[in-house]
Design a protein around this ligand. Structure first.
Ligand SMILES: [Zn+2]
Ligand SMILES: [Zn+2]
Length: 388
């Protein structure tokens, strides 16, 4: 743990939204429930509006504006801007620019606005309760956003928009279902608090709990349970290595409602140019990590010089080297293809693509074979130690 940051002046707007409102909720909601029951419609409004505001952040603020992972038509931009405004997480401009800084300086205690190395509390919420220098707005990294009319309109009229959007969404629903206070308290207040913490988990828990299948160069983790809670953003290890991919849960079966929403919008003609990292690059990162983990296992267990283990270690590094050669060949050819666009090169690429597919599978099989063998070896080593 790093030494605590020097105290910064209190951010009173942050304190109002993130401390005062939850206190009001803790008092008002049970009190109201004691005197009047909440209608089923009020509970439904909590869930539905939680989805609406959270997806405004994940699909809009995060993947569209912070990362430009796809292009949206004007109507979609306006809808996402309204949904995101309803989540009350400051303007798109401030949020997306700060988030770009997070990716650029991830884990740096001074420059990452919500560095996990300043502790869970700081990364989760603390960074918004005081005006820390790392979170100060600096839009040098966002010239595209400064030219985006929707973004600039929202930034200019942010507070009135928050009020108008809340009135325009909550009042008609409350009136239609005949439970105005229920909808205001659950769909309005409680939903807002939940939606805040759902997003904050991405900065805190998604940098603490879970696996690192793609990179261990930063603290970001992949975590299925957090993906459920965060509308698909829990695959944060993948996201930190390939931030421009419109998918965070990159495998087709991974739970990522945000990617499904973006994909559906593209089918409806509302979004286009969805960015996908080529699957070879993804596989390459994944396999590099698998080799790394295999080597780490060997380092932990293999201190006791054991011929079998040494042989395995050598084999793993030889296989990795061979595999890297194939990958490099492929990368070179890809470059030639871009430069020359020759038919002969395209044909060669096609062949090597096929070879790579087979190689990936082979290398994966070999690795799991090595891991299994290593486990057996380790069991035997331990047994020998016990019986000696
Ligand atoms: Zn992150
Ligand atoms: Zn991001």
């Amino acid at each position: 743990m790093n030494p605590p940051l020097p105290k910064a002046p209190i951010n009173w707007i942050g304190v109002f939204a993130l401390v005062f409102l939850p206190i009001v909720a803790i008092i008002a909601i049970p009190l109201y429930a004691y005197h009047h029951d909440f209608s089923t419609s009020a509970w439904v409004s909590l869930i539905a509006l939680l989805g609406l505001s959270s997806l405004g952040i994940t699909a809009g603020y995060h993947r569209l504006w912070a990362h430009r992972a796809y292009e949206a038509t004007l109507p979609l931009k306006i809808i996402l801007m309204i949904m995101g405004t309803f989540a009350v997480q400051n303007s798109i401009l401030f949020w997306a620019s700060g988030h770009r800084t997070h990716h650029r300086h991830v884990d740096d205690v001074e420059h990452d606005p919500y560095s996990i190395n300043n502790g869970f509390w700081y990364a989760h919420i603390g960074w918004m309760l005081r005006n820390y220098p790392a979170a100060e707005s600096n839009y040098k990294n966002a010239p595209d956003l400064l030219n985006d009319k929707v973004v600039m309109f929202q930034d200019k009229y942010y507070i009135p928009l928050v009020i108008v959007v809340h009135a325009a969404i909550l009042l008609p629903i409350g009136w239609a279902v005949g439970d105005m206070w229920g909808v205001l308290l659950l769909g309005g207040l409680l939903r807002l608090i939940f939606s805040h913490h759902v997003t904050f988990f991405i900065n805190s828990l998604c940098h603490m709990w879970g696996k690192r299948p793609y990179t261990d160069e930063n603290t970001a983790r992949d975590n299925f349970w957090l993906a459920i809670a965060t509308w698909g953003e829990g695959y944060h290890n993948y996201h930190h290595i390939f931030q421009y991919d419109y998918r965070n849960g990159v495998k087709w079966w991974q739970y990522d409602p945000t990617k499904w929403l973006i994909w559906s919008c593209s089918k409806l003609g509302l979004a286009k140019n969805l960015r996908r990292i080529p699957s070879f690059n993804i596989k390459k990162a994944e396999l590099a990590m698998k080799f790394k983990y295999a080597e780490q296992d060997l380092a932990v267990y293999g201190h006791d010089v054991n011929a079998d283990i040494l042989a395995m270690k050598q084999r793993i590094s030889q296989e990795y080297e061979a595999f890297s050669h194939t990958l490099n060949d492929w990368a070179k050819l890809k470059e030639q293809e871009i430069q020359a666009k020759k038919a002969s090169v395209a044909e060669k690429i096609h062949q090597i693509d096929d070879k790579l597919k087979v190689d990936f599978q082979l290398v994966e099989q070999k690795l799991s074979y090595h891991r299994a063998r290593l486990e057996t070896l380790m069991r035997n080593v331990k047994k020998n130690i016990v019986t000696d």
